[in-house]
Design a protein around this ligand. Structure first.
Ligand code: ST9
Ligand code: ZN
Ligand code: ZN
Length: 358
C-alpha cells in the first residue's frame, strides 16, 4: 500500500474508531540488507509516546558481560519473603473464608495496578484515563509494590525498545532465572542505564500523580502492601495475626510478583509466535490466567500500542474487561486497537504459521 494511503487510513481511523493500521517498526531492513527509517511509520499514532517501539539497530557490544554484582540485601529479603509465602501455604486450610476472599481481592486489585496502570496506561499510553481512574490505579499500583510507576515504566519501555539485549533489564537471553527474578538481585548492566537514559519520559515526569507516588513511595508501600492487608482481617473478622500476615500479605504479594515475573520468563520462552517468529516473546495462555490477561506476549511485543495486549478482547483477559467497564463509565477513553486487516497481514508476513487464520 502506498505510504500516503496508509497515512490516510491511520488518520481517519484514529479520530473515529482509534483502530490503528499496523506501523510495524520505525526501522526496517531495505533491499540491500541495510537498516533504514520505515517511511510508513506514522508519527501520529501516539504523539505523546513512542519509546516502546523495538529498535533492531541496537546490538550488544562484543566481548564478555561484566560479572554479576550481587545485591545481598535484595537476595536476603526475597528469600525471606518466599519462605514466608511457603509457610503461608500451610496456613491456608485454617484461614477464615473472609481472609481468602480478602487475599483474592487484594491480588486482583494490585494486579490491575500493574496491568491496567503501570503497563497499559503508564508504560504504553495505549488508552487514556480520567483522574478518578488514575487515582484508583496509582493506589492499586502501590499495593502491588513493584517499584513506583515511573521506574516500572522506564524499565519496561527499555525492555520493549532494546528487547533481549544487554540494555533490556530482564534480558531473557540470560536464562529463565535471570529474567524471572535474578535481575532484581544484581546491579543492572551499564547498557540499561545508558540506553534507558536516552528514553523520552517527559509524559511521566509531567504527570503529577506519578511523581507524587514516586516521592512518597516507601511509606505508601509500607502501608498499602504490608500494614493494611494484614490489619484488616485481624481487626474486622478476628483472624489471627499470623494468618493475616502470612496468607493475606506475604503469600498474596509473592503470588502477584511471580505471576508478573512469569511474563518476563515463561512468556519469553514457551508458546507459539503467530504474529512474529523473529522475536522471542510468545503467546502463553497459562501465564495470561495468572497475569490477568498479559500472557499474549508475542502479540504485545509486535503491537505494543494495543490496549488489549492481545488480538482478542475479553478472552482470558480480565484487564481488558476492566478497562472496558471503565470506558462504559466514561473513565477510560481513546483505547487503541490494531485493525484485523493489519493483524492478518502481519501474521502472513512474519508469523510462525500457528495463527488460526492459517
Ligand atoms: C518488581 C518489578 O518485581 C517487576 C517488573 C516486571 C515487569 C514485567 C513486564 C511484563 C509485561 C507486563 C505484565 C504485567 C503482569 C502483571 C500481573 C499481575 C498479577 N533507564 O535500579 P537502580 C539509572 S520490583 C534509565 O537502583 P542498580 C537511574 O539513574 C519488586 N536509567 O540500579 C537510577 O536512579 P533513579 C520489589 C536507569 O543500582 C540509577 O540508575 N522491588 C534505568 O543497578 C539506579 O537505578 C525490588 O525488589 C533505566 N531503565 O540496582 C527492588 N534503571 O531511579 C528491586 C536504572 O534515581 N530493585 N537507571 O533515577 C533494586 O533494588 C535495584 O533496581 C537493583 C538494580 C538492585 C535491581
Ligand atoms: Zn509492554
Ligand atoms: Zn516482554
Amino acid at each position: 500500500m502506498p505510504a500516503h494511503l496508509l497515512q490516510d487510513e491511520i488518520s481517519s481511523s484514529y479520530t473515529t474508531t482509534t483502530t490503528i493500521t499496523e506501523p510495524p517498526s520505525r526501522i526496517l531492513q531495505n533491499g540491500e540488507g541495510k537498516l533504514e527509517k520505515n517511511p510508513l511509520y506514522p508519527d501520529d499514532v501516539r504523539p505523546e509516546m513512542k519509546d516502546d517501539i523495538y529498535d533492531p539497530s541496537y546490538k550488544d557490544k562484543e566481548g564478555p558481560r561484566p560479572k554479576h554484582e550481587y545485591v545481598w540485601r535484595n537476595i536476603i529479603l526475597m528469600f525471606l519473603l518466599h519462605v514466608g509465602a511457603l509457610y503461608g501455604i500451610t496456613l491456608i486450610p485454617t484461614c477464615k473464608v473472609y481472609t481468602w476472599l480478602w487475599g483474592f481481592l487484594y491480588y486482583m486489585v494490585s494486579a490491575l495496578g500493574i496491568t491496567a496502570g503501570a503497563h497499559r496506561l503508564w508504560s504504553h499510553r495505549s488508552y487514556k484515563a480520567r483522574l478518578p481512574l488514575r487515582l484508583f490505579l496509582i493506589i492499586a499500583n502501590t499495593m502491588a509494590f513493584q517499584n513506583d510507576a515511573y521506574e516500572w515504566a522506564r524499565d519496561h519501555r527499555v525492555h520493549h525498545k532494546f528487547s533481549e539485549t544487554d540494555a533490556d533489564p530482564h534480558n531473557a537471553r540470560r536464562g529463565f532465572f535471570f529474567s524471572h527474578v535474578g535481575w532484581l538481585l544484581v546491579r543492572k548492566h551499564p547498557a540499561v542505564k545508558e540506553k534507558g537514559g536516552l528514553l523520552d519520559l517527559s509524559d511521566l515526569k509531567a504527570e503529577k500523580l506519578v511523581m507524587f507516588q514516586r516521592r512518597h513511595y516507601k511509606t505508601a508501600v509500607l502501608v498499602l502492601c504490608f500494614i493494611l492487608p494484614t490489619l484488616v482481617p485481624w481487626y474486622f473478622w478476628g483472624e489471627t495475626f499470623q494468618h493475616s500476615l502470612y496468607v493475606a500479605t506475604l503469600l498474596r504479594y509473592t503470588l502477584v510478583l511471580n505471576a508478573t515475573w512469569l511474563v518476563n520468563s515463561a512468556a519469553h520462552l514457551y508458546g507459539y509466535r503467530p504474529y512474529d517468529k523473529n522475536i522471542n516473546p510468545r503467546e502463553n495462555i497459562l501465564v495470561s490466567l495468572g497475569a490477568v490477561g498479559e500472557g499474549f506476549h508475542n502479540y504485545h511485543h509486535t503491537f505494543p500500542y494495543d490496549y488489549s495486549t492481545s488480538e482478542y478482547r475479553w478472552h482470558v483477559n480480565f484487564t481488558t474487561f476492566f478497562i472496558d467497564c471503565m470506558a462504559a463509565l466514561g473513565l477510560a477513553y481513546d483505547r487503541k486497537r490494531v485493525s484485523k486487516e493489519a493483524i492478518l497481514a502481519r501474521v502472513k508476513r512474519t508469523g510462525d504459521g500457528s495463527h488460526k487464520s492459517g
